[in-house]
Write a protein that binds this ligand. Structure first.
Ligand code: SF4
Length: 371
């Protein structure tokens, strides 16, 4: 009987087993050894493969070569890519530069345009302002704007002294005399100052004080002697007459007390509105009207505050025009201004703070420019 074929897990070929047990065990033992050898071989192959891979990875030469190739490849790729990118970048930069330049040019153009427009607008604005100013000047009405004119002239007067500020009638007379005689000397100074410079009036008043001209002495002194004392002032003959008459009225009618009422004063021969108003201010600190002398009359007409022929007409018109708060100071203001700037013959319009507003000043300056 042939031996049974026995299949093994590793070796599928049929093995004819002998009949006896000893041979059978020997064959099975050989098969087992063979199978173990196959497993070992497989394991060794596996280990060799692993070893090869391990060597390949750990081999510095292979690694260097591989890395070198990889780097060269990467460099090659990057080089192409960089070149491409650089080209694109350069193109973009050029476009950006171009756009930037264009934008800058546009901005500069706009800026220049705006500056030109701004300059044009500015010039136009200045021109309009000048035209408006010219129109304003042309239409400027000193009478309607008398307060502005007053303020501008006052600004000048506040910083410039005139003779009236140190030699005015309010500063004249012997202060040591009794009130009535002291007031009488003030009245004399005002009468003497009419149509006379303050310097001359001051000179004459020094002689009056020295000669102790009181109310009684003015009544008693011969006209010729008084005329000799006051001979430097204009119209000295008439003024002797006025002074002696006033002294007699004050002594005899008012018992040495000079009236403090305007209406009483102007009844006395030789005392007109200007003298009366100034005296009331100087002696009694009363302001009931505007004292108008030749300076006030002239300047008021030059400014076209009034249009009058005589100082008395000017007084009436000024008292209608000016607010009462200006009445007390307007005489001193304009007398001093007439002495220093708005002089009778040659007004100093060039330095006048109202030269661009004053009709007379504009006429005079325009005429001088033509010359
Ligand atoms: S501009 Fe001349 S005229 Fe007129 S107020 Fe001045 S100084 Fe007098």
């Amino acid at each position: 009987m042939p031996p049974k074929q026995q299949k093994t897990k590793k070796n599928k070929k049929a093995v004819d087993l002998p009949e006896n047990d000893k041979d059978k065990e020997e064959i099975l033992e050989n098969i087992k050894i063979t199978e173990q050898n196959d497993e070992l071989k497989s394991e060794i192959d596996s280990l060799d493969q692993f070893k090869f891979q391990k060597e390949e990875v750990n081999n510095p030469i292979k690694k260097t070569r591989k890395q070198k190739l990889q780097i060269e490849y990467e460099q090659s790729v990057n080089k192409v890519e960089r070149a491409s990118r650089k080209k694109l970048l350069d193109k973009n930069i050029d476009e950006d530069d171009k756009n930037q330049k264009q934008q800058t040019n546009n901005q500069l153009d706009n800026q220049n345009g705006n500056e030109e427009k701004s300059e044009q607008v500015k010039n136009q604005s200045e021109e309009n302002n000048n035209q408006n100013e010219q129109k304003k000047k042309g239409k400027y009405n000193c009478r309607e704007n008398y307060e502005e004119i007053y303020s501008l002239i006052k600004g000048y007067r506040d910083t410039h002294t005139a003779p009236v500020d140190t030699l005015g009638c309010d500063l004249q007379g012997d202060e040591s005399l009794p009130t009535n005689d002291r007031n009488f000397q003030k009245l004399m100074a005002i009468i003497l100052s009419v149509q006379t410079k303050d310097e001359t009036t001051d000179l004459v008043m020094k002689k009056v004080v020295k000669e102790k001209i009181t109310i009684d002495k003015a009544v008693e002194i011969p006209s010729s002697e008084l005329k000799e004392i006051i001979k430097q002032v204009n119209f000295n003959g008439k003024k002797v007459e006025y002074i002696k008459n006033a002294a007699e009225v004050i002594k005899n009618t008012y018992n040495y007390v000079i009236p403090d009422q305007y209406e009483d004063l102007i009844k006395i021969k030789g005392i007109g509105p200007k003298v009366a108003n100034l005296f009331l201010q100087c002696a009694y600190n009363k302001t009931v009207g505007i004292a108008v002398d030749t300076h006030v009359h002239r300047i008021s007409n030059r400014l076209e505050w009034v249009s009058t022929k005589t100082p008395e007409q000017t007084r009436i018109e000024l008292e209608k025009l000016l607010d009462k708060k200006y009445w007390e100071d307007v005489n001193n203001l304009l007398v001093g201004y007439g002495q220093s700037v708005c002089k009778p013959q040659n007004p100093q319009c060039q330095i006048c703070p109202v030269k661009d507003k004053c009709p007379e000043g504009r006429r005079r300056l325009k005429g001088k420019k033509k010359i």
